[in-house]
Structure formats: C-alpha cells, structure tokens
Design a protein around this ligand. Structure first.
Ligand code: SAM
Ligand code: SF4
Length: 326
C-alpha cells in the first residue's frame, strides 16, 4: 500500500529514535551540559518501539532508520534490531551512528539484519573533530568504519555537516573519499537547532558545496533510489561512492520529503522543524493497534507542505537534534 500525504508526496520512511542520550556532545546538536536525564518510564520500551514500527510497516512504511541520540549506547539494541529486521514487509533497515562504538559492534549489527549504516563524520582532522564533538576520538570512528566494511557492510554512508569557518576547508577531502574509499558522502546544511546568536555565520548552502567540488571534479547527476528522499546526488566519474547534498535550510527539500519521525519518548512529528507533535503514549499504554494506525495515518496526511526556516519572520524555537533524531 502506498502512503501519500495531502500534498501528493509518497511517505515510505520512518526515522525512529531509541534514545536521546549520547556519548558525544557535537556543538550543533547538544548543549555542553545541563541535559536532564529522562526518567526510565519516559523513554519507550523496546516492545513499544516494535509496536510502532510494525504498525508503521503495516500501513505502508517500507524503510526504518534507527537513530538517537546515539542508538548504540542503549542496552539491548542488538536484539531489538534483530526483532525489527524480522517485521514482515520492512524492506530496508538502516542505522545512523556517530561510529564511536562501531568497531566493537559492527559484526553484531550486521548479523542482526541492519542493511546499511550511516556514520556521522564532520572532520578528518583529529583536532577539528574533537572541537566539533567536544572531545570525540576520530581514530575510534575511523576504526569503526573499517570494522563495518570488514564485517560485510557496504561502505558506510558518511553524513557530514559543513560549517563555514569550521570544516568547510575539508569539502574536497570528503569528496575524495568517494573515489579512494568508495564511501558515499552526504553533505548536510547546518541547521539552527540550538538557538545561538549569529547561527547564520556557519551556513553554507548545498549549492556552494557542489560548486566547490565542481571546481576540481566533473560531477554527474545520479538517479535516485526509491528511499532517497530530499537529497540531490552526484558522482565523480569513476567513483564508487556518490556525493549528496541535503539542502534543509536553503531549499529544494520539502517538496521531496518522504519521512515521518518518532522520538524515543513517543512523540511523532511530520516535520523536523514544526512544533507540532503527537504524543503516541496514550495509545501505547495500554496498546491499541487500530488507534495507533489511525494516528500515524493522520500524521502522514497532515504533514505540513514546507518548513519556514529560510523565510522572513521565521520564529526559531530551540530544540536539540539529539531528542528528535536528526
Ligand atoms: N548520534 C547519531 C549520529 O550522530 O549519527 C545519530 C543521531 S544525530 C542527531 C543524526 C544526524 O543529525 C547526524 O548526522 C548529525 O550530524 C545531524 N545533526 C545534528 N544536529 C544537526 C544540526 N544542527 N544541523 C544539521 N545536522 C545535524
Ligand atoms: Fe550525539 Fe549524534 Fe548529536 Fe553528535 S550529532 S551529539 S553524536 S546525537
């Protein structure tokens, strides 16, 4: 069954967050301190997350991406993923991670049935990486990427948030990885999640990123797969990896949005930047499959047409990306 929203977009993708905790503190995503730990009962149990996932697939979702916070820090994640992978009708199971625990966990994730890994990596320079992540260890992440490939995963897709004056000098180094290592790179425009005066100074449009790469390489446009969503993809001739841009802030994004989100506390969102959210907990405790299916369908059909970040008069409301799952 194909799910379509009221603006004619096909919705086939659920981003499901399993925790808002993280073992890093990327400055664009989480505040340095002052994160209040959620009560045990506030975070959905694996049974509840599986119920949401199975109902989502039943109504027409085909791809699920597990995210967080950092999904690999939650106890029991591997057996949860095993159960998720067995949901009949789920065509694609992916996971986004910061890669810190990947070296130890890659084999378990592979055998659990995860098909694709996205690893967030914003710098190949250990000092810049440590500054962005407030202390993260680049070596561990690179070892995780290696381990993933040795285990049998296709080269993980790299998510890279480019920020002017922070890591924009590395755009070409990342583009080179599509040739030298076969990774696909997804450049993500910095989004103003945490309210910070002058956030615009970090912004670099996807167009500028592509222009800079095109200054060195010829780029061919790449056809999109069925779950591609709002990225625009290119390839350097001869490279096994592709180069994508997610222009969340500057545009070309909302019209191809194919996803909904559910946070680890059961808040469902039709749009990352909208304040509108629906609390699924009343239909989970006790569980009511039919009502949950109707609520999820309502969130899909009610997806807003577009966000307003780049429009005049946009009122920014603070949120941490780690709570929503990116
Ligand atoms: N911890 C995992 C990780 O970092 O891959 C998964 C969760 S993280 C919130 C998901 C994605 O959101 C990451 O690729 C991260 O770079 C991206 N992200 C977080 N804050 C962002 C921001 N302000 N602008 C753009 N992307 C952001
Ligand atoms: Fe943690 Fe991922 Fe947010 Fe970085 S982007 S702080 S790794 S949740």
């Amino acid at each position: 069954m194909q799910l379509t929203d009221s603006h004619g977009r096909t919705i086939n993708y659920l981003r499901l967050s399993v925790t808002d905790r993280c073992n890093m503190r990327c400055f664009y995503c989480m505040p340095k301190e002052g994160i209040v730990k959620k009560g045990h009962n506030a975070v959905l149990s694996y049974e509840e997350l599986l119920l949401i996932a199975s109902i989502a697939v039943e109504i027409g979702i085909e791809k699920i991406r597990i995210t967080g916070g950092e999904p690999l820090v939650r106890n029991g994640i591997v057996s949860f993923l095993e159960q998720l992978a067995r949901i009949p009708g789920l065509r694609h199971l992916a996971l986004t991670t910061n890669g810190l625990l990947l070296e130890e966990m890659a084999a378990d994730l592979y055998h659990a049935g995860v098909q694709r890994l996205n690893v967030s990596l914003d710098s190949l320079n250990p000092n810049t990486f440590s500054e962005i992540t407030r202390g993260g260890n680049l070596k561990k992440v690179l070892a995780g990427l290696d381990a993933a490939e040795k285990t049998g995963f296709p080269p993980p897709k790299i998510n890279c948030v480019i920020m002017r004056g922070v890591n924009d000098s590395e755009i070409l180094d990342f583009a080179d990885m599509t040739l030298s290592h076969g990774n696909s790179i997804r450049f993500i425009e910095y989004m103003p999640a945490i309210k910070e005066d002058g956030w615009q100074r970090y912004c670099i449009s996807g167009e500028e990123i592509i222009e800079r790469i095109a200054g060195k390489y010829t780029l061919e446009q790449v056809d999109k797969g069925p779950f591609a969503g709002p990225s625009r993809d290119f390839r350097i001739p001869g490279a096994s990896g592709s180069i994508g841009i997610i222009t969340a802030v500057s545009g070309h994004f909302c019209s191809e949005c194919n996803r909904i989100r559910v946070t680890s506390t059961g808040q469902a969102k039709g749009c990352l930047f909208s304040d509108e959210r629906t609390d699924l907990v009343p239909w989970l405790r006790p569980p009511d499959r039919q009502a949950l299916a109707e609520v999820l369908k309502g969130i899909i059909s009610g997806k807003p047409e577009r966000h307003g970040i780049s429009q005049d008069g946009y009122v920014h409301r603070n949120f941490t990306m780690s709570q929503v799952g990116g």
